[in-house]
Design a protein around this ligand. Sequence first.
Ligand code: ADP
Ligand code: MG
Ligand code: MG
Length: 211
Amino acid sequence: MTLDVAWAIAWVRDTAETVAEHRDALVELDRQIGDGDHGENLTRGFTAVIQRLDALEEPPAEVGDVLKLVATTLMSTVGGAAGPLYGTAYLRAAKATGVPELDSAGVVALLEGALEGIVVRGKSTTGEMTMVDAWSPAVEAAVAAADAGQDPAGVLAAAADAAERGAEATIPMVATKGRASYLGERSAGHRDPGAESSALVLRAAARAAGA
Ligand code: ADP
Ligand code: MG
Ligand code: MG
């Protein structure tokens, strides 16, 4: 089994729906430790992505073309921290997918590219209560699943499971990056909104693959 451009489009459409469904929950998480706009930011961004996708005269030819469209749209429509972070993640993910069909190793490369984009852009590492705390365990789990011979859907399901656990694990953390870091110790006891949205994005990827 491999994943092609139809999967990438299905992933983006599922992400847009999922983010809109969780808009208020993400706003509430961000209200507790930030400025309360994360759900709004992502809903605006992915709504614009779908509009641009639907307006294309020629459908995108490859996975990387879809990811590039997401990257440029998020960068130009989502302000704050999440726009450039997710934008760079999708851009690096696009660059990591040089082939029309992704096997398990291709999926791992895509996820590694996304994590690298966030880390480079955010100058962040694990344990700082950010989206890295979802993406980093997701990549580790994806590598392990691919090594164990899982197909791309299995790799994405493992990544999504790990991202959900990673988002949960941000609750006791003290934020040292982003707005939540202004709270210092008071950021502990809250789930990071960016880690939560990252888990939603990865679950959408797995669903689109039929997992
Ligand atoms: P803003 O904080 O500008 O309002 P958002 O609310 O949309 O932006 O996004 C906040 C999320 O961005 C946080 O929950 C966190 O996961 C993520 N984030 C912020 N700064 C960084 C960083 N330096 N590295 C990685 N992720 C970050
Ligand atoms: Mg915010
Ligand atoms: Mg903001």
